[in-house]
Structure formats: structure tokens, C-alpha cells
Design a protein. Structure first.
Length: 197
């Protein structure tokens, strides 16, 4: 049984035992998975995305479409940082040229949560996994992963290597550094406004 602490409306903390049925009610209504492949009819667990050898291959998904969009362009933690600060999805990228060359767009797939579980000891609160194949319910196609992120509320920052390293090493996850930077979203909004005029 899962032990869960719940804050009541009056601020008291109580504990309750969760049955499998009540745990099922905590699942999000939908989950999202991003892929460069726009023609998936079945998402299968893949060995190259194993986060834990004991867990094995899984399909990753999140209830946050913005978070999913950050994974449309292949990258890793050596040159990009994906995070959430104060409830806002952030993507910091240290190599604009490399990112744009890798950005071929893709699809964000909507999935039923039935076979997915959330294990915060292996991931985050928003990282859900299924160890069985999943058929998508729907999908949205994007010509650009960058555009997908911006349209789904992700604040995207292209920075130089020194700034990226400073963000990586900062005790506040780069929050103070980012406050002094202009996200790519403003450039995008400016371009969209000019096209409409």
C-alpha cells in the first residue's frame, strides 16, 4: 500500500492508506510523449532510454504537454538543461547551431494513462512510465521542436557555454541568471506579430 500525506483544506496533515483503486484515481486524465517520428501507431519500450537496469525499457510520458515538447529535439545534459522553475517549463540550450540542425520537428502523442506508473524514486512527479507498448489516442504534428515548445509555454533560452556552465553550477538552478536573459519566446512573438501586421 502507498502511504500518502495529504494537506487538508484547513492546513492539517493527515495520513491515509491508498488502495490500488484509489491510487488509480490519482492518475492524470492524459499523458503526452514527444517523438521525431510522426507516424507511430504503437509506442514500445526502448532499450536506449533505460534509466534503471532493474526497471528495464519503458515508454516515458508526462501529463504536461510543455514538458513533453522539450524532448522533440534529441539532446542531453552536457549542452541543454530541462527544468521547471516556479511552475514554468524552462529549456536552456548552449549550442544554437547544433540544436537547430537537430530540429526536424515531430509529433506530441496523447496517451491513456492506464498502464503508466509514477515512481518518484527513479524520476520526477511528472515522469510516468509504462513497461508495455501503448497505442496513442491522438497526436499533434509540429514542423519545429522549438516552435512546439514555445507554443506550449516553455521558456527557451539560447546561451553561450560560459553562461550554461554557470547555470549548471548555480545553487538556485540558474534562476537569478535567467532573470537577466531574454527568452527566445519574445523573438518568436515579435516575428508572429510582424507576420500578422
Amino acid at each position: 500500500m502507498l502511504r500518502l500525506e495529504i494537506m487538508s483544506e484547513i492546513g492539517n496533515i493527515t495520513e491515509m492508506d491508498m488502495t490500488p483503486a484509489s491510487k488509480e484515481k490519482l492518475k492524470p486524465a492524459s499523458l503526452y510523449h514527444a517523438s521525431r517520428d510522426r507516424n507511430l501507431t504503437l509506442l514500445t519500450p526502448r532499450a536506449e532510454t533505460v534509466r534503471d537496469p532493474i526497471e528495464g525499457p519503458v515508454v516515458f510520458a508526462t501529463p504536461d504537454k510543455g514538458e513533453a515538447s522539450k524532448f522533440l529535439v534529441p539532446s542531453d545534459d552536457t549542452w541543454t538543461k530541462k527544468m521547471k522553475l516556479n511552475g514554468v517549463n524552462i529549456h536552456v540550450i548552449s549550442d544554437r547551431k547544433r540544436y537547430k540542425e537537430a530540429d526536424v520537428g515531430g509529433s506530441i502523442y496523447q496517451l491513456k494513462p492506464d498502464t503508466f506508473e509514477n515512481d518518484e524514486t527513479k524520476g520526477t512527479k511528472t515522469e510516468w512510465t509504462s513497461n508495455v507498448a501503448v497505442s496513442p489516442l491522438a497526436k499533434e504534428d509540429y514542423e519545429s521542436g522549438l516552435t512546439a515548445q514555445i507554443e506550449n509555454g516553455v521558456q527557451v533560452y539560447f546561451v553561450d557555454k560560459t553562461t550554461f556552465d554557470n547555470i549548471q553550477q548555480s545553487s538556485d538552478h540558474g534562476e537569478n541568471i535567467l532573470k537577466g536573459l531574454i527568452p527566445e519566446n519574445r523573438e518568436y512573438q515579435h516575428a508572429v506579430t510582424n507576420q500578422a501586421a
